[in-house]
Design a protein around this ligand. Structure first.
Ligand code: ZN
Ligand code: ZN
Length: 361
């Protein structure tokens, strides 16, 4: 076990006092892969310096194995007027013992309402565990979604890789069905320097076929390809909205990761008008109902001119989540928000609190 050293972390202005008390323990952990910390080229262009003295979007050093173990004090009773439910991707830090069913129960205790099971390193879950998640989900009302493996590339040059990728998407959806959830998020793949139009056509065909297979099996789980954070990855909002429009008759949607879109466009897409524009695009292409069952991802994010570097805690980032919530409220959007910040439930509670304040609930 690595030696742990406690370090107090000053709470930022937005989350003072009651909100969340975080104790951060810096862990000496050199085994984790760290993102290059050299200054990106974007910094050379005159990026605006904010009051805190750092430039938005420029990656600070990636937090190394922080542990969040402080008390969480929130007034998190479910509100009738909530249209959007908040939760986390992955088992919350404060879950004990760490398991998928434990995560559902812990989120319920915290007053949160969404759990995204992360199968990012492979779909490995026992049928008994699925039953337990299903039971916990029914008992608590926490909504369960899933994130498929990172090793998915539906546009590979090698046929076996395409087959393996298709299987990973289907396995994720079937495991989610067994857990009583809905909303299978996955990253469709990479352009590999091919013509984006060609890649798009291929992806659309693949995802349409996968939705057909699930429908034939009677699997009710929706496929939600995710907007990705890097230019090299297939999945801009425009591409996924086009696909959503074409595949409207099938059980497909999108996972809209607002942090990824912000990073992918190197710092744009972070104002009320831009968020409203994104929702407008979804509505125009995929219909009103796309805003009625949204699958949203949100976190702080560090980025370079090439897009996403790594996820950040909300308060360490420039993510303008309050204006995003204002836009979601103005569009009458409903659905699920999965917090993917390193602080997980701590930041999900901050988001939920901000949403309820803005929503007048
Ligand atoms: Zn993702
Ligand atoms: Zn995401």
């Amino acid at each position: 076990m690595p030696t742990k050293k406690k370090a107090a972390k000053a709470l930022s202005k937005k989350t003072t006092k009651k909100a969340v008390a975080k104790k951060v323990v810096a862990e000496k952990n050199t085994s984790k892969k760290t993102v290059a910390t050299k200054k990106p080229a974007a910094e050379k262009k005159k990026a605006p310096v904010n009051v805190m003295g750092w430039k938005p979007g420029v990656p600070k050093e990636k937090p190394k194995g922080r542990i969040y173990d402080g008390p969480i004090r929130v007034n998190a009773k479910p509100k009738k007027s909530d249209l959007i439910f908040f939760g986390v991707g992955g088992v919350p830090h404060s879950t004990n013992p760490k398991s998928h069913p434990g995560a559902v129960r812990r989120l319920h205790e915290l007053g949160l309402g969404v759990y995204e099971m992360e199968f990012v390193h492979g779909v490995r879950i026992r049928p008994e565990t699925c039953d337990e998640v299903m039971a916990a989900q029914k008992e608590t009302g926490v909504r369960v979604t899933a994130h498929g493996p990172y090793y998915i590339n539906l546009y590979s040059m090698e046929e076996e890789k395409v087959e393996a990728s298709r299987k990973r998407v289907l396995d994720t959806a079937r495991a989610l069905e067994a857990c009583g959830g809905d909303g299978t998020c996955f990253h469709p793949g990479f352009y590999q320097k091919r013509d984006p139009a060609e890649v798009y056509a291929f992806m659309e065909k693949q995802i349409g076929e996968l939705a057909d297979i699930l429908e034939k099996d009677g699997c009710p789980v929706r496929l939600d390809p995710e907007t990705t954070g890097k230019e090299s990855q297939f999945g801009s909002l425009a591409e996924l909205c086009d696909m959503g429009e074409t595949l409207k008759e099938k059980n497909t949607g999108i996972t809209i990761d607002f942090a990824h879109i912000h990073a992918r466009t190197a710092g744009a897409n972070n104002t009320y008008d831009e968020f409203a524009g994104q929702l407008e695009l979804m509505k125009n292409k995929m219909g009103e109902e796309a805003l009625a069952s949204m699958h949203i991802h949100l976190s702080g994010i560090a980025y370079t001119e090439k897009g996403e570097a790594h996820h950040l805690e909300l308060d360490d980032s420039d993510m303008n989540y309050e204006d995003l919530f204002r836009a979601l409220i103005d569009f009458g959007a409903s659905g699920r928000v999965v917090c993917e910040s390193p602080a997980l439930e701590y930041d999900a509670l901050i988001m939920q609190k901000a949403y309820r304040r803005l929503n007048g609930s």
